[in-house]
Ligand binder design. Structure first.
Ligand code: NAD
Length: 307
């Protein structure tokens, strides 16, 4: 019998490779081959594993007669031609839950950072400025956290918030009451959440209904002492309105991991503001999330290929 072949076309955690090898599969590894090379490599493989790169195009799929499953270690599937895969009944598997805790912990880091002006203070220290007077902060204990989008990540944050002694408000058009009870969170409408929260954090997918969900009008509903965190997708927030809000003090500060344009252009107005903490889309960038993403995808590939 011929050996089952898996092409790993992007860096994958060694534990994930182990899962594939333990299943008795032959594992070929080449990092980010271009389309032409991928077509060559795909010729006799049963599975291909990618991350956000390389692209698995229709041409690649058509060049792989044995292909039965495509694994994406991570969330988004934009680099895979799903239509072409569907036509051939090729399964596409991913690992959307692998990074939830990591994103939640980054949000936590941002909440504390903005509340205590850690990045600002650090910048001043390096300039030789002892900015003690400008660094009056707030505690999170007893404050209200508003979570917009109570899915995988929102739930992880709610659990942490509860442990911090925060009151949790939730907004989600598809409320999961059982989970809300578990974290002692209350569902309210979006306007109430924005008006009453000391920290608002966004965890919705980017779809038509959530494009610029946080706009000028909604930013004006927030307390002028409030903090906004966006680690969902950049376009969930109207960036121009946010810059205005931060500049003019409609809200106190923000923490952003995602942007309408990525990478964030050099000298963007956001980079000129002291009351915002910026990170380069690193929500899922932890050792644990990467390992989980790889292992979960490898396990699903084994499942598919072993019937
Ligand atoms: P999820 O699907 O588990 O949860 C999303 C929640 O949003 C669901 O409960 C859904 O009902 C709710 N929702 C849908 N439309 C809504 C609306 N109009 N208003 C309010 N809620 C709405 O998703 P998740 O895994 O929790 O991920 C959430 C977001 O985080 C996604 O945008 C994802 O792309 C992003 N993300 C970012 C990073 C990062 O590196 N920063 C990493 C992973 C995921």
């Amino acid at each position: 019998m011929e050996m089952v072949k898996v092409l790993v076309a992007a860096p994958l955690h060694e534990k994930a490779i182990e899962v594939l090898k333990n299943a008795g599969f032959e594992v070929l590894y080449e990092e980010y081959p271009d389309e032409g090379r991928l077509i060559e490599l795909a010729e006799d493989v049963d599975a291909i594993v990618v991350r956000s790169k390389p692209k698995v195009t229709r041409k690649v799929i058509e060049a792989a007669p044995n292909l039965k499953v495509i694994g994406r270690a991570g969330v988004g599937l934009d680099n895979i031609d799903l239509e072409a895969a569907k036509e051939r009944e090729i399964r596409v598997v991913n690992s959307p839950a692998a990074s939830s805790r990591s994103v939640a912990e980054l949000v936590l880091a941002m909440m504390f950072n903005v509340a205590r002006k850690v990045s600002f203070a650090d910048r001043k220290m390096r300039e030789g400025v002892w900015a003690k007077k400008q660094c009056m902060g707030i505690e999170l204990d007893g404050k209200t956290l508003g979570i917009v989008g109570f899915g995988r990540i929102g739930y992880q944050i709610a659990k942490i918030a509860k442990a911090l002694g925060m009151k949790v408000l939730l907004y989600d058009p598809y409320p999961n009451e059982e989970r809300a009870k578990e974290v002692e969170g209350n569902f309210v409408d979006l306007e109430t959440l924005l008006e009453e929260s000391d920290v608002v954090t966004l965890h919705v997918p980017l779809v038509e209904q959530t494009y610029h969900l946080i706009n000028e009008e909604r930013l004006k509903l927030m307390k002028n002492t409030a903090i906004l965190i966006n680690a969902a997708r950049g376009a969930v927030v109207d960036t121009n309105a946010l810059v205005k809000a931060l500049r003019e003090g409609w809200i106190a500060g923000a923490g952003l991991d995602v942007y309408e344009e990525e990478p964030l252009p050099k000298d963007h107005p956001l980079t000129k503001l002291d009351n915002v903490v910026l990170t380069p889309h690193i929500g899922a960038s932890t050792v644990e999330a990467q390992m989980r993403a790889g292992v979960q995808v490898a396990e699903q590939i084994v499942e598919v290929l072993k019937g």
